[in-house]
Design a protein around this ligand. Structure first.
Ligand SMILES: Nc1ncnc2c1ncn2[C@@H]1O[C@H](COP(=O)(O)OP(=O)(O)O)[C@@H](O)[C@H]1O
Ligand SMILES: [Mg+2]
Length: 290
């Protein structure tokens, strides 16, 4: 496990100035992904209401008996209307807060706090502006006081996302896509068993987004970690995921679950892809807009 990323990187770094040079392999992951079990998880937030001078407290139910398993190495995408509780579920899986009810386990062990084996990448890359790209990517290793000899992983991760030449740049010198690659490198350096992605490509222009989707796919195929992705983009979900879960408005129920029976790499014009896209849009109640 400790050397898994190094192994991946050695395989790819000889000619990998960018990820485009990394061939998509059918499935020969070098590391085991996490098995996540979300068991009847409910969550609410306390809310303060002010009616004139009177104040009352009420609970906002956000998740209601959610059940979901992510198998080792599986890529699961969550789709659902804005505000239905997707980010909340990801935060609970990350261990950033405990669920109000139910249990979440990783390898059958309760998730009680954040852990480097589960890394979250958000829509905003949240790089520290005063640190170089390399120093931003090294953050997790520094925080865990990993010995300096292992910092070779930082350069390896930068190479994997095609940012070697920009290692000494500062975040303001990067494009949106490059900043998000840096955020991915910062995640990968920790050799995660679960990558938790909360609309990670949501702010990128459409061309960069397509490129990054391809790169994310290659990273996942190489590394073998499990992925839990929240996206608003039906095509993105279909392009990437083994399984797509559709949530209803808050509190979300699973209204559809789709096993994507298409080999990788997928093609957006493939008739089956188009058919599945229509089906997901219907599940989201959006069939009228297409
Ligand atoms: N920390 C919080 N305190 C109170 N309410 C919150 C908090 N985080 C999220 N919410 C509420 O929970 C609901 C679900 O939010 P979120 O999980 O961010 O939805 P999604 O990611 O699906 O758009 C929203 O109504 C939001 O306002
Ligand atoms: Mg969200």
């Amino acid at each position: 496990m400790v050397n898994a990323l190094r192994q991946i990187l050695q395989e790819t770094s000889s000619d990998a100035a960018t990820l485009d040079s990394v061939a998509v392999q059918s499935s020969s992951p070098t590391q085991q992904g996490a098995f996540i079990d979300i068991k009847n998880v409910s969550h609410h937030f306390a809310q303060n209401h002010k009616n004139g001078s009177a104040e009352s407290n009420a609970n906002l139910p956000v998740l209601d008996s959610v059940r979901l398993q992510v198998q080792p190495g599986e890529f699961v995408a969550l789709l659902g209307p804005s505000g239905c509780g997707k980010s909340t579920l990801l935060r609970l899986v990350a261990g950033l807060e405990p669920p109000s009810a139910g249990h979440i386990t990783q390898e059958k062990q309760p998730i009680k706090q954040p852990d480097p084996s589960r890394i979250v990448v958000f829509q905003d890359p949240t790089l520290f502006p005063w640190r170089t790209v390399r120093d931003n990517v090294a953050l997790g290793l520094q925080a865990r006081k990993v010995p300096k000899e292992q910092y070779v992983r930082v350069d390896e991760a930068l190479s994997l996302v095609g940012l070697t030449e920009f290692a000494s740049s500062y975040p303001h010198q990067l494009s949106g896509g490059m900043a998000q690659r840096a955020a991915l490198a910062r995640a990968l350096v920790n050799e995660p068993k679960l990558l938790i992605l909360d609309e990670p490509l949501g702010k990128l222009d459409s061309l960069t987004r397509l490129t990054m989707q391809g790169e994310l796919l290659k990273l996942w195929q190489k590394a073998g970690f499990s992925v839990l992705l929240v996206t608003h983009d039906v095509e993105e979900a279909l392009f990437l995921a083994n399984r797509v879960i559709v949530f209803s408005p808050r509190p979300p129920r699973t209204v559809a679950e789709l096993q994507v029976d298409l080999p990788y790499p997928r093609h957006r014009t493939d008739p089956r892809f188009v058919q599945l896209r229509q089906q997901l849009l219907r599940d989201l109640g959006l069939s009228d807009v297409t």
